[in-house]
Design a protein around this ligand. Sequence first.
Ligand SMILES: Nc1ncnc2c1ncn2[C@@H]1O[C@H](COP(=O)(O)OP(=O)(O)O)[C@@H](O)[C@H]1O
Ligand SMILES: [Mg+2]
Length: 221
Amino acid sequence: MTRTISVIQKKGGCGKSTLIISLASILAGEGHNVIIPDTDTLHSSSLWAQQEISGRGSIDYLRETNDNAITNLLQEVRSTYDYTLVDTAGFNSRIAGFIAVESDLVLIPCTTTISDIAGAIDTQRFLSKLSDKIGKPIKSTVVRMDFDRGTRNVEDITNELSNEPDLQVLDAVLWHTTTFKTAMNTGEPIKARAKIYTQELVRELRAKDLIPPAIIRKAAA
Ligand SMILES: Nc1ncnc2c1ncn2[C@@H]1O[C@H](COP(=O)(O)OP(=O)(O)O)[C@@H](O)[C@H]1O
Ligand SMILES: [Mg+2]
């Protein structure tokens, strides 16, 4: 069952860290133990996780930018946490390959820019090649981020992405809403529309067996 989920995209600023903190909010809010290994020197998601905010659930973080250390580290945390959500700086670094190999699922965020679309396609090709090299499938799917609801863009970009073989696109979209930015800036869990969109995403990931069902823990006696 999926436990280690990473975000990888060639293009920066596509919503990788936003997706990580949103998933962390929902999964920890359900009572899961979550860790965010942050491998980006910008530290966006770990700065969010670092803030002492009550009511956010169990979210730990660690920082690691050494590609020789990341594989062991991800294997170690796997047994301790329900979900390992790995943030990256993109795929133009050796570390992204190591992370992809350890991931049960790679999410490829994509906004509405031409460079993001090209980046999502390049990222999928990178993952397909890597998967051939290691002789093991690497599950991956695109998550559309920061799209404006009801615009022609949505259909056009989705069609363009769908033309690429091996590239899957989720139905759920993290539509544009400033509530994602608010969460990132305050350290709060995602709220309002950002929460609804991410809950839809989690529901679809479960319906497609891309992540495990919610764990129901019995209250301590
Ligand atoms: N669905 C969304 N609605 C509004 N803003 C978004 C959304 N997704 C991402 N953003 C914004 O896009 C910018 C880049 O996102 P970020 O997660 O930092 O990207 P990355 O980690 O890939 O560099 C941030 O300002 C973030 O708030
Ligand atoms: Mg980031």
